[in-house]
Design a protein around this ligand. Structure first.
Ligand SMILES: NC(=O)C1=CN([C@@H]2O[C@H](COP(=O)(O)OP(=O)(O)OC[C@H]3O[C@@H](n4cnc5c(N)ncnc54)[C@H](OP(=O)(O)O)[C@@H]3O)[C@@H](O)[C@H]2O)C=CC1
Ligand SMILES: CC(=O)C(=O)O
Ligand SMILES: [Mg+2]
Length: 761
């Protein structure tokens, strides 16, 4: 059954229940809307709403182009569907299409920082649909039509393009065509084929198929070498059944009548139809080194496993993320609109589409640099049959494709706001990349290559169970859930969590054979600190933090994560009874704050209350080490309220002394101070101190005390819109992390991955 297959093939394989839970949990759905301007005071209200709002209203009324300056229009795309062709699932109606449309909107934001809203229009009447969309034009910078069945989609798109002055793009047609053509360019290259003589069969003659065939012909394929098939078989000249003008335009003179006939000796098959439409016999009858793009979603026309069982000379692609070569329009629409919006293009024309396809094809041929390799599950890909197209998480897409699209728009005369400096534009685009995703991806990737056994100490908690399941599903290693088995099973049953899977272990301290060993170990550590043997036995038997930490201390697990049910300091005390600080190190907390394309490490956010100068220097070293382990070259700012001696004060003196201590220690990273936070983080302000030894703005901030560290990270999170991960515990002899109370399963699994990562580094 789709979605329940638990084979090892995929790291993103999900069960149906997981998919439902994902959508239902927290705020239902996948989107929310956030304001971009403060709305806290009477003055804010007066500016944002009446009377202030009247000023931009009048400006726009006078000059409509000002809407791009004063409203969100220029970065806003509507994803619009009537649900008549939802993926390959058919006509399930407008409402049922909402999860897909919300998903597309999220992908716009996630991959290209385009704001997007989904609109489901409840009509199958073409004129009604067109009328509904045309009048929405002023609200948006672009319209992305989605999952509208053929031939209605052709009429809808064409009419809307004629009457609207913003780009209208039917993603299933052109997005799919662009990606399929990019993959095809590379597959033809690898199989040494000449496109003029290559024979292509396309199964499906709907939105995606017709657009693909048109783009393939525009590339130079000979029309007589392309055979289109639909549910009635081959579309041949003279056929009358199930025809329309768009199919007729591609009808060929041929004796072939069935898909099987057409596929005999074919070089390429495009599947844009439905699950299972291709048979083993058809695949066997294709030419040598066939190119097979089975693009139906969610299930392809034929699976890569089936193809592999028949022949080993094929280049195979599907629309799914869990196989090599994902030919899916997600690789296109976010970036194509990004480029089109940035030059305020009036349309997305053929030149822009071909430029996008070419840019995508070229990207797959480039060497994959280190920071990109993390996006490719495990092995660094090299251009070849298993890698003809980049993956959606490839961080280079955001700079490569919009640049090509914007340039093509400018060259073809549809750009209303040309970009003068393309290099600067490419850099700006890279900064739009979501930094948390690439940091975590790199980390996950390392753990996947060195899977670790992690203790989830609060195993009876529902969110902890979900995190453990996710940890295992993502192939990060073994998850040990601590708790009473009966209780865990009951909670899991209620929550619909399947605990019976390889790699997930339920560990009950009360019946564990290791209780004596852990008790003896703990007693040896605590006997001169007022603990009797039976006190230690009770801690091991009844307290999961102690039991879990001893598992790690005695090598029965590599790492541990806890904290959802106890406050941080209590959990830390529990752990410290069982685990030492690493010799020569100091235990501190480091938080990662990710905001507007920047990542900064803040320390110490967890342990030392009022550090003296020595301790501040230690904190700098530990935090710099952590930054380096996560792939950042540290530039450490020793923060204070003063900058390089002004104003003077006792706390700043300590920070200044810490810098002198670091000088004496000859540490191998950049640091300077004392300095105020704006000097550390703003290059313009830093320029006023030309002697400052940092080569750029700081990415590690050492706070003068725990309270300032804690207060500032929490303020960043609450007011500054930053994502804050941590505090991460650094300097312990064993890898243990504490999440904050009430952490969500995704936070817990991130922490477990970090703990697993630290266990190897
Ligand atoms: N990988 C990707 O990025 C994308 C994949 N797709 C996939 O392509 C498929 C079609 O989508 P779309 O074009 O939007 O849908 P449409 O409804 O516009 O077209 C569907 C077409 O497929 C044909 N078809 C359906 N079942 C079969 C079959 N068993 N054998 C032959 N032909 C068949 C229909 O034939 P008839 O005309 O006779 O009814 C029709 O021509 C879907 O599975 C979708 O998920 C779509 C967009 C992007
Ligand atoms: C990917 C997509 O848009 C589809 O399958 O319809
Ligand atoms: Mg679609």
């Amino acid at each position: 059954m789709p979605g329940t297959d638990k084979s090892d093939r995929s790291i993103s394989q999900v069960t149906d229940q997981e998919a439902l839970d994902f959508h239902a949990r927290g705020r239902p759905g996948k989107l929310e809307i956030n304001p971009t301007k403060p709305m806290a005071t009477q003055r804010d209200l007066s500016l944002a709403y009446s009377p202030g709002v009247a000023v931009p209203v009048k400006a726009i009324a006078e000059d409509p182009s000002r809407a791009f300056d004063y409203t969100a229009k220029g970065n806003m795309v509507a994803v619009i569907s009537n649900g008549t062709a939802i993926l390959g699932l058919g006509n399930l109606g407008a409402l049922a299409s909402k999860p897909v449309m919300e998903g597309k909107s999220v992908l716009f934001k996630r991959f290209a920082d385009v704001d997007s809203i989904d609109l489901e229009v409840d009509t199958e009447n073409v004129d009604e649909f067109i009328n509904c969309v045309r009048f929405l034009g002023p609200s948006f910078g672009g319209i992305n039509l989605e999952d509208i069945k053929a031939p209605d989609c052709f009429i809808i798109e064409q009419r809307l393009r004629e009457i609207m002055d913003i780009p209208v793009f039917h993603d299933d047609q052109h997005g799919t065509a662009i990606i399929a053509v990019a993959g095809l360019i590379n597959a033809l290259h690898l199989t040494d084929r000449d496109l003029k003589t290559t024979k292509l069969v396309c199964n499906g003659a709907g939105a995606a198929a017709i657009a693909c065939v048109e783009l393939v012909k525009a590339m130079g394929f000979a029309p007589q070498n392309i055979t289109l098939c639909d549910t009635k078989g081959v579309i041949y000249k003279g056929r009358t059944e199930g025809m329309n003008q768009w199919k007729s335009a591609h009808a060929v003179e041929t004796k072939a009548r069935s898909l099987a006939d057409a596929m005999e000796g074919a070089d390429v098959i495009f599947g844009l139809s439905a699950k299972g439409a291709l048979t083993n016999e058809m695949i066997a009858s294709m030419a040598k080194n066939p190119i097979i793009f089975a693009m139906a979603n969610p299930d392809p026309e034929i699976t890569p496993e089936e193809v592999a069982s028949i022949r080993n000379d094929a280049i195979m692609a599907t629309g799914r993320s869990d196989y090599a070569n994902q030919v899916n329009n997600v690789l296109g629409f976010p970036y194509i609109f990004r480029g089109a919006l940035d030059v305020r293009a009036t349309t997305i024309n053929e030149d822009m589409k071909i430029a996008a396809a070419q840019a995508l094809a070229n990207l797959a041929r480039e060497d994959v640099p280190d920071d990109v390799a993390a996006a490719y599950q495990g092995v660094r890909p090299r251009f070849g049959p298993q890698y003809i197209i980049p993956v959606p998480f490839d961080p280079r897409l955001i700079s490569a494709i919009p640049v090509a699209v914007a340039r093509a728009a400018m060259d073809s005369g549809v750009a209303q706001k040309p970009i003068l400096n393309m290099d600067a534009y490419a850099q700006e685009l890279s900064a739009r990349r979501d930094p948390i995703a690439s940091t975590l991806q790199r980390l996950y990737e390392r753990v996947r290559r060195h899977p670790r056994r992690v203790v989830f100490a609060e195993g009876e908690e529902e969110q902890v169970m979900r995190a453990a399941v996710s940890y295992v599903n993502q192939r990060l290693g073994t998850a040990c859930l601590l708790g009473r088995e009966e209780q865990m099973r009951e909670t899991a049953k209620q929550a619909g969590i399947d605990l019976d899977r390889p790699g997930l272990e339920l560990v009950n301290a009360r019946v564990s054979r290791r209780v004596d060993a852990y008790t003896d170990y703990l007693y040896a550590r605590l006997q001169r600190k007022g603990y009797l043997h039976r006190d230690c036995q009770r801690l091991i038997n009844t307290d999961r933090n102690h039991f879990g930490a001893c598992m790690v201390a005695l090598g029965d697990a590599d790492a541990m994560v806890t904290g959802t049910t106890r406050n941080y300091s209590t959990a830390l005390e529990d752990i410290r009874r069982c685990v030492d600080v690493k010799p020569g190190h100091r235990m501190i907390g480091v938080s990662l704050a990710l905001c507007r394309g920047r990542t900064v490490f803040v320390a110490d956010t967890a342990v030392i209350d009022m550090p003296n100068s020595e301790e501040l220097a230690d904190i700098a070293e530990e935090a710099a080490g952590m930054a380096r382990r996560l792939g950042y070259e540290p530039r450490v700012a020793m923060l204070a309220y003063s900058t390089f001696g002004h104003p003077t004060g006792e706390r700043s003196e300590r920070v200044r002394d810490a810098v002198r201590i670091l000088d004496k220690r000859r540490v191998d990273f950049e640091y300077d101070g004392e300095m105020a936070a704006d000097v550390a983080l703003n290059s313009k302000v830093m320029e006023q101190y030309p002697f400052c030894r940092l080569s750029g703005t700081a990415n590690v901030l050492v706070m003068p005390a725990f309270h300032s560290a804690s207060i500032s990270t929490k303020m960043l999170q609450e007011l500054g819109g930053s994502t804050v991960i941590g505090p991460l515990l650094v300097g312990l002899d064993k890898s243990i992390q504490i999440v904050s109370m009430g952490a969500k399963d995704s936070d817990i699994v991130n922490m477990a991955a970090i703990a697993a990562y630290n266990a190897s580094n």
